[in-house]
Write a protein that binds this ligand. Structure first.
Ligand code: PLP
Length: 395
């Protein structure tokens, strides 16, 4: 049998310490490795496989489009791109859409849009306030925007124009705002930073502050969008309307696509300002259309809210049972539990051994971001395996 792990070590840039398993097939909540072993997948392509693995609606949409028209360029009208923009607008508070290929590309677009807005309406203001612990992507600009200093040192000098302040602290946002500020950019709930839930009224206060100052509020919903927290978009959970959001992860249920959504007053790009060769490609757009239609037709927002609460309740039960779990947190199907010691990797490996995929979001925190289609029974299965693994831990 081919040793794919050895070949990876030889040929691939070593950008990742991988989990020692080669996945070859997926269906719904399950994946299989190259030895035929089955796993219940509570990582879901890192919150991307919203409808699970290889969902028929995604397969059909992609297959049909691949047979019809794969790629044109940004110079022509194409049908799936327009349909996707319409679907996103009709189901959100936004007026205009730009489609791209990834989360960081959507965020780059959002920051360029905010700078354009600053040039046009705020006397050239260009600074964007971001928060500690945030993650916005891995381009140079998004590395600078992300509030994760360990990502910075090896790439200095980084692009300027980002001011990082403490998370969940409205006073810090106010203090950092100057006549150079054009926008505040936040995740409604920080995903990569460790599943950090902000106070209920923090986003409301930031919204009010941005209104007062005439600056834009950008929400990075790359992870929180597409029902990850329950509602189709994370902002709906917090009762506010941002000016701009970015989407990516769950939008194509594993097919790579991102999007930038803006209200009319903020959609200030004019022809020539911004573009993307593959952005809004017919195939990826057709996939995202199918995903959104499925989500809406099957009322996944209600389903995710319910099953998310069920999962949180079950994890709270584990916390009762195991005092070394210090906290259970999250919303919808973006949840984590924190541990007294840095044993998240050990738990991950034991779960892997027992047929469950979970994610180590911090050395001492395990994250679950399963596909949105997870059933109560599958939650029980996952929690039973976790229980089994945790019962073997001695600290
Ligand atoms: C994953 C993520 C990104 C980066 O998305 P890519 O598609 O990997 O570029 C940006 N912001 C948030 C909040 C994310 O979770």
């Amino acid at each position: 049998m081919t040793d794919w792990r050895e070949l990876e070590k030889k040929y691939y840039m070593q950008t990742n310490i991988r989990i020692p398993v080669t996945l070859v097939r997926g269906e719904g909540m399950k994946v299989w490795d190259d030895t035929g072993k089955e796993y219940l997948d509570c990582v879901g392509g890192l919150a991307t496989d919203s409808l699970g693995h290889c969902h028929p609606v995604v397969i059909n949409a992609v297959t049909e489009q691949v047979r019809t028209l794969i790629q044109t360029s940004l110079w022509y009208f194409t049908v799936p791109q327009v349909k996707l923009a319409q679907l996103l607008v009709e189901n959100s508070c936004f007026d205009r859409v730009f489609i791209c290929n990834s989360g960081l590309e959507a965020n780059e677009g959002a920051v360029k849009l905010a700078r354009r807005y600053g040039h046009l309406k705020l006397n050239g203001a260009y600074e964007v306030i971001t928060t500690g612990g945030s993650f916005h992507g891995r381009s140079l600009a998004m590395t600078a925007a992300s509030g994760q200093p360990t990502m910075h040192a090896q790439y200095v000098p980084l692009p300027v124009g980002f001011v990082n302040v403490a998370n969940n602290d409205i006073e810090a946002v106010r203090a950092a705002t100057t006549d150079k500020t054009c926008a505040v950019m936040l995740e409604p709930l920080q995903g990569e930073g460790g599943v950090n839930v902000a106070d209920e009224d923090y986003l409301k206060k930031v919204r009010e502050w941005c209104d007062q100052k005439g600056i834009l509020l950008i929400l990075d919903e790359v992870q929180t969008g597409i029902c990850r927290l329950g509602p189709l978009f994370g902002y709906q959970l917090y009762g506010i309307e941002p000016d701009v959001i970015s989407l990516a992860k769950g939008l194509g249920s594993g097919i790579p696509i991102g999007a930038l959504l803006a209200k009319e007053h903020a959609a200030v790009f004019i022809p020539g300002d911004h573009n993307s060769t593959f952005g809004g490609n017919p195939v990826t757009s057709a996939a995202a259309c199918a995903v959104l239609k499925y989500i809406i037709d099957n009322d996944l927002p209600s389903r995710v809210t319910k099953v998310g609460q069920y999962l949180m309740g079950k994890l709270a039960g584990l916390k009762e049972k195991y005092p070394f779990i210090t906290e259970v947190r999250g919303r919808g199907l973006l949840v984590a539990f924190e541990l007294k010691e840095d044993i998240a990797q050990d738990i991950l490996m034991e779960c892997l051994h027992k047929g469950l995929l979970v994610n180590r979001v911090k050395p001492n925190a395990v994250r679950l971001v399963p596909p949105l289609i997870i059933t109560d029974k599958e939650v029980d299965q996952a929690v039973d395996i976790l229980d089994d693994v945790l019962s073997g831990i001695k600290i």
